[in-house]
Design a protein around this ligand. Sequence first.
Ligand code: DAH
Length: 344
Amino acid sequence: MSQIDELTHLQQQALQELAAVSDAAGLEAWRLIYLSRKGLVLQAVKRVSSLPPAERAAYGKAANVLKQTVQAAFAAQAEVLHEASLKAELTAEGVDVTLPGRRPQVGRMHPINRTLRHIYTIFGRMGFQIYRARDVETDEYNFQLLNFPKGHPAREMQDTFHTTVEDVLLRTHTSPGQIRAMREYYPQPIRVILPGKCYRYEQVTARSEMMFYQVEGLAVGRHITFADLKGTLHAFADQLFGEGRKLRFRCSHFPFTEPSAEVDIDCIICGGKGCRVCKYSGWLEILGCGMVHPNVLRNGGYDPEIYSGYAFGMGPERIAMLRHGIDDIRYFYANDVRFLSQFA
Ligand code: DAH
């Protein structure tokens, strides 16, 4: 066979095998044999230099034609295979555009955040500002300045998370914010709510978590009386639980208020007739309150001979439980979406 016939033969063989290739792997295997740098086609082209000079021109020309033909056929076949694989993919993953869509998952606001915002809105309308105090407190602010000296029995009600630093603790209530607000605002009149997380080293049960929220309220001025406290809490209860709420103030004791009271509303479930939720008493406790103790005013920088104030503290978890009929506080922070997604 002449050199040129060999080229023709190589071309036939290459094209025939190419036509039989049916996928990308086969195409690559074919390319390595024929069109790679050491493949048969380039070798054939290079062979020109080993021929006698008289034959080189004709051979070179034919070899170039071979190379171009084979390269063009390769490109065409690659295109055909690419189209075919696209088509196969599209039919395999076919989209039926007539099917109904899937509803995307949308998050919801946490029930405690909803309750907090509701509380903020109500007090905001009455002229209260939000004052944020710290979660990590000192023994001095959390207890001593609030009239709980070291060893005071009222401390036992608030089992405390201590830190490795002496007298630094996680606040057990939002009341230390009262002192911080007074020290910052003195001598201006104050009307703030202090929301935030509190921590207690307690057994976790259906009724108590070791982390929970409180919303504290504080008003300080020259002529603030218990009547102002009652009026404010009445307006609050009407807006949060519905118009015409009855409130009951029961004498109580907190070291940082004098006098102190606990406040009940008429049961929102049974309207006062008596049910499981109110334990057949007709009343639900919602918060603690009182007139700011003279020592506490003084610790905040306000002279109790000139100024007076009231304070209150409530638990938004308890309020949310009452409003939604939830009987276990642990649901709030267990992050079970089945529970959380019910509060639209
Ligand atoms: N700090 C109290 C507690 O955690 C709640 C409280 C009661 C706050 C009466 C007040 C108040 O401001 O006046 O149990």
